[in-house]
Design a protein around this ligand. Structure first.
Ligand code: CS2
Length: 471
């Protein structure tokens, strides 16, 4: 007998313990176009929209757009857009099959499809998770061309929600549209400004890239094969600015647990600097010391204490989110979730694009108050050590980063010319910003810690820093 595979037709045969969608798309058309069909969207927003669909509001089906890679889109198509998500937390494990992904396209090979669906009458929202490096003129042109078609067809404006880990992501998206539009687009841009909304939003859920281990667990749980299965944690948060084309969406989303507020900024900054800032520091430490996953890093007492101090002493004093201590403690628990197997190399990917949002604001905040920024200085020193592309056991790894070549060139001679290498790395305004790139105090402390890292190794240096009192 051929092996059963997850699809609409086999859905009734999925094990009863799995939560499956009772609705099906039938004649309804998607109301949401999502750009960036990675793991994150499928285990976060697609599950929120699934909840709305379960309640009978059929306007939240998704047309998911893979930006470049057809591989995943093809696998999802073979399964009619269905996939399983293992949700694991302190209270155990649940398996869900969200049913919100109704259609798919690949932007590079099926561009016209994407434009058509942006212009379609049923479309009400565009959401984006295209990663930090995705905010390019090509992305802006795709949106402009789709919106031009929509405007010409006389359709209503759209709510266009950036959900990437960037501060002020909605403003940033709108700004690249304006910067990319040509003079012939003046009327279109006036329509976009008047009729489309660009809410800022903060999304949070740890969703590692799919692994064979999760695929095997899915097969066991579903009683059939699923090539697109994901694993995530119980926790999720979506905070979005109350700025929608259809104001009644605010109440709908709130009912599903989304926080709709005018104060997104305070959530964004806490998440970027605490969660993502700690993630980047641990990922680089893990890559160099040979720890495979974030849970292995936070499971080492000295690394956990380092992360606790980084957040408490250097990040928290500059946050406007007042419940930061609870947030910090919850994060440390979340990082330790044994089911997540979140690869350090996945998080270290694109570090050059991530660090600017995650570390410099806290360092500048500490400098302005005359306070210590030693933990961030050590993190920056560890980043330089990471550019050697070789761990402390001599095992090579790849730098997966648009700046890989320039970073490796900067770091190559760090054993023989450490000071010059630190200076060259810290001179990069694209990483640190103008002010930090010019700071002698920053240079001095990063050099000090870099010296320690090279001579004692990462673990001994982290143990050493936590013996000091910099508070
Ligand atoms: C991580 C994020 O890969 C990374 O850079 O820091 O993907 C992180 O897991 C999410 O932002 C959590 O919400």
């Amino acid at each position: 007998m051929p092996e059963l595979k997850l699809a609409r037709a086999t859905l009734p045969l999925v094990s009863k313990s799995v939560h499956t969608p009772a609705y099906s798309p039938t004649s309804a058309q998607p109301g949401v176009v999502h750009l960036g069909l990675g793991a994150f969207h499928r285990a976060h927003q697609a599950m929120v929209f699934d909840q709305l669909l379960r309640e009978g509001d059929m306007r939240w089906g998704i047309h998911g757009v893979g930006m470049t890679q057809p591989g995943l889109v093809n696998k999802l198509r073979a399964q009619d857009g269905l996939y399983a998500v293992r949700v694991a937390g302190a209270n155990g494990i649940e398996w869900h099959v969200p049913g919100a992904l109704w259609q798919t396209s690949v932007a590079t090979t099926e561009r016209q499809n994407v434009l058509n669906v942006i212009a379609a009458p049923s479309t009400r929202w565009i959401t984006l998770t295209v990663t930090e490096k995705g905010y390019t003129p090509a992305l802006a042109q795709l949106l402009i061309d789709g919106l031009r078609l929509r405007h010409a067809a006389g359709q209503a404006g759209l709510t266009i929600a950036s959900c990437d880990n960037l501060q002020g992501n909605g403003h940033k998206l709108k700004a690249i549209l304006h910067a990319t539009a040509s003079s012939q687009d003046a009327e279109l841009m006036t329509w976009i400004d008047a009729r489309c909304a660009f809410p800022c939003s903060m999304v949070d859920r740890i969703v590692p890239a799919a692994t064979d281990e999760v695929a095997a667990a899915a097969k066991e749980a579903l009683g059939m094969q699923d090539e697109c299965a994901l694993s995530t944690e119980t926790f999720w948060e979506w905070v979005i600015e109350d700025n929608f084309v259809d104001p009644s969406d605010a109440a709908l989303l709130s009912r599903c647990g989304v926080r709709v507020t005018s104060q997104v900024h305070s959530y964004e900054e806490a998440k970027l600097r605490m969660l993502n800032g700690s993630h980047s520091a641990m990922a680089l430490m893990g890559a160099i010391t040979g720890r495979a996953h974030i849970a292995d890093c936070i499971g080492s007492d000295h690394i956990q204490e380092f992360v606790h101090r980084l957040m408490t002493q250097e990040v928290a004093p500059h946050l406007s989110r007042s419940d930061w201590a609870d947030y910090r403690d919850a994060l440390i628990q979340r990082f330790g979730n044994p089911y997540l197997k979140h690869s350090v190399h996945q998080i270290a990917t694109d570090s050059s694009q991530k660090i600017p949002q995650r570390w410099p604001p806290s360092v500048l905040g500490q400098m302005a108050k005359g306070q210590s920024f030693e933990h961030h200085a050590l993190a920056a020193a560890i980043f330089l050590r990471y550019t050697l592309a070789k761990d402390e056991q001599g095992k090579a790894y790849a730098l997966n980063d648009p700046q890989a070549e320039s970073l490796m060139a900067i770091g190559a001679n760090q054993a023989t010319e450490p000071h010059a290498c630190v200076r060259a790395l810290l001179a990069r305004e694209d990483l640190w910003g103008k002010e930090l790139a010019a700071s002698e105090a920053w240079l001095d402390r990063v050099s000090y810690w870099h010296d320690q890292v090279l001579h004692q190794g990462v673990d001994a240096t982290v143990k050493y820093i936590i013996q000091q009192d910099f508070s």
